[in-house]
Design a protein around this ligand. Structure first.
Ligand code: PHE
Length: 386
C-alpha cells in the first residue's frame, strides 16, 4: 500500500487539512507518485492495473479524492479541492493515454522484431530432380537440328496401322512387317480402326506432310514399342528421333551433308561417316549410316582409345568390337510412293528421312552396357547424369 492511497482513503480533516493553501503540497505529492508509478507500467497488464488504481470508478484514487476529500469539504475548501482535482484528473488521463500508446507501439515493434524474416538463414533445401539421360540426349540432338532450321514436332504413341504402316508404303501383307513385332491394343469387338503402339516415329512423317505443304523440316523425338524380350540391348519400349526434310530441290548431297553435320556435332569433328545400301519401304534409295568409332579413333584397336574403360584385354576396342565402324541409323531419300499418300506431287518434291535410335546412341556415348537401366529408374544410375 502506498502512502497516497492511505491518504485518499481518509477525510481531509483527519489529515489535518482545513485551508486551501495546504492542498498544494498534498496534490503535488500525489502527482509525483503518479508520475513515478506511471513509468512502471511497461506492458498491457501492468498498464491496466495502473489505470484501474487511478481511474477505477469504485476505488480509484480519483474516486477516493472525490468521495473523501471533495464531497465532505466545506464550501471554501471544496472549490480549491475541485480545482486541484480537475487539474490532477486532466494530467492523469492524458498521461495514462500516452502510456497506452507507447506500450502499444512498443509491442508492435517487438512483434515485428519477433516475426522478422532472417534472410541470412540457410533455408530449406528441397531436392529437385534432373533430366533423365535419355531426355538429355534428346535435347542434345534437338539442339543440333534446331540450329540448322529443323523444328520439333511430337505425335501419338497409339497409332493406326494406316500411319504406322500403310501410308509408309508398307501394305498389310508386306514381309517387312515381320521386322517390327507389333503390340496391338485390345479393343471391343468390331471396333475400327485397330490400334497399335507405334513401332517407330515414322508415322509422324505422314502426319506432318498431311498438315503441311513443303518445305518441311522436322524432327520427331518420341517413344516407340516393339515386342522384344528384354536383354542388355533389347527393350519393348525405346526411343527414336525421326527426321524429315522435303522441298522442291533436296538432293542426296543435302541428305549426306546434313547427316554428316549432325554426327560431327554429336561425336566430335574428327569422326568420319559412311553409308551402306539398305532397305526401307518408305525410302528409296535407303541407307544405313555408320560412324567411324569415336572411341578408338576408327582403328578398331585399343591403342588409340581414350581410356582403359573403352578397351578390352584383347587389345580390340570394346565399343566397336574391332570393327572400327559403328552402325548408327537407317535413313534414305523419301520414296515417291509415300508422297502419293499425302497429296504431294512426287514429280516436284524430293526429300530425305532418317530414324535415329536414341538408346543405343546414349549407351555408346556414355559407356552404358545395359539398356534396361534406362527404364529401371534406379536413382543410383540417374544421379550419375545430373
Ligand atoms: N523407321 C525406321 C526404323 O525404325 C528408321 C527409318 C526412318 C529409316 C526414316 C529410314 C527413314 O527402323
Amino acid at each position: 500500500m502506498t502512502e497516497h492511497e492511505n491518504k485518499t482513503a481518509k477525510l481531509l480533516v483527519h489529515l489535518g487539512i482545513t485551508r486551501p493553501e495546504e492542498l498544494t503540497a498534498l496534490f503535488a505529492d500525489l502527482r509525483g507518485r503518479f508520475d513515478a508509478d506511471c513509468a512502471c507500467a511497461q506492458d498491457e497488464t501492468s498498464w491496466k492495473q495502473f489505470r484501474d488504481a487511478w481511474l477505477g470508478r469504485k476505488s480509484g484514487v480519483l474516486t477516493q479524492i472525490t468521495d473523501n476529500w471533495l464531497k465532505p469539504a466545506g464550501a471554501e475548501l471544496k472549490r480549491a479541492v475541485g480545482a486541484a482535482l480537475n487539474e490532477l484528473r486532466a494530467h492523469v488521463e492524458s498521461r495514462i493515454e500516452a502510456r497506452r500508446l507507447a506500450i502499444e507501439s512498443g509491442s508492435e515493434e517487438s512483434a515485428l522484431a519477433r516475426e522478422r524474416v532472417d534472410l541470412s538463414l540457410p533455408g530449406v533445401i528441397r531436392p529437385i530432380g534432373s533430366h533423365h539421360l535419355i531426355r538429355q540426349v534428346f535435347q542434345e540432338i534437338e539442339d543440333i537440328f534446331f540450329s540448322i532450321g529443323f523444328s520439333i514436332v511430337e505425335g501419338p504413341e497409339i497409332e493406326t496401322p494406316y500411319y504406322n504402316f500403310e501410308a509408309l508404303n508398307i501394305p498389310e501383307f508386306h514381309p517387312v512387317r515381320d521386322d517390327m513385332d507389333t503390340f496391338y491394343l485390345e479393343l471391343p469387338k468390331g471396333a475400327k480402326p485397330p490400334l497399335l503402339l507405334r513401332t517407330h516415329t515414322s508415322p509422324m512423317q505422314i502426319r506432318t506432310m498431311e498438315k503441311q505443304k513443303p518445305p518441311v523440316r522436322v524432327i520427331v523425338p518420341g517413344k516407340v514399342y516393339r515386342r522384344d524380350n528384354p536383354d542388355a540391348t533389347h527393350s519393348f519400349a525405346f526411343h527414336q528421333i525421326e527426321g524429315l526434310a522435303v522441298d522442291t530441290d533436296i538432293t542426296f548431297c543435302d541428305f549426306t551433308g546434313t547427316i554428316e553435320y549432325f554426327v560431327k556435332q554429336f561425336f566430335g569433328p574428327s569422326v568420319k561417316t559412311r553409308f551402306r545400301p539398305s532397305y526401307f519401304p518408305f525410302t528409296e534409295p535407303s541407307v544405313e549410316f555408320d560412324v567411324s568409332c569415336p572411341f578408338c579413333g576408327g582403328t578398331g584397336t585399343s591403342t588409340a582409345s581414350r581410356s582403359p574403360m573403352e578397351t578390352s584385354a584383347s587389345g580390340t576396342c570394346s565399343k566397336c568390337k574391332g570393327a572400327a565402324w559403328i552402325e548408327l541409323f537407317g535413313a534414305g531419300m523419301v520414296d515417291p510412293a509415300v508422297y502419293g499418300f499425302v497429296n504431294y506431287d512426287a514429280k516436284k518434291v524430293s526429300g530425305f528421312a532418317f530414324g535415329i535410335g536414341i538408346d543405343r546412341l546414349a549407351m555408346l556415348k556414355y559407356g552404358i552396357d545395359d539398356i534396361q537401366v534406362f527404364f529401371q529408374n534406379d536413382v543410383r544410375f540417374l544421379r550419375q547424369f545430373p
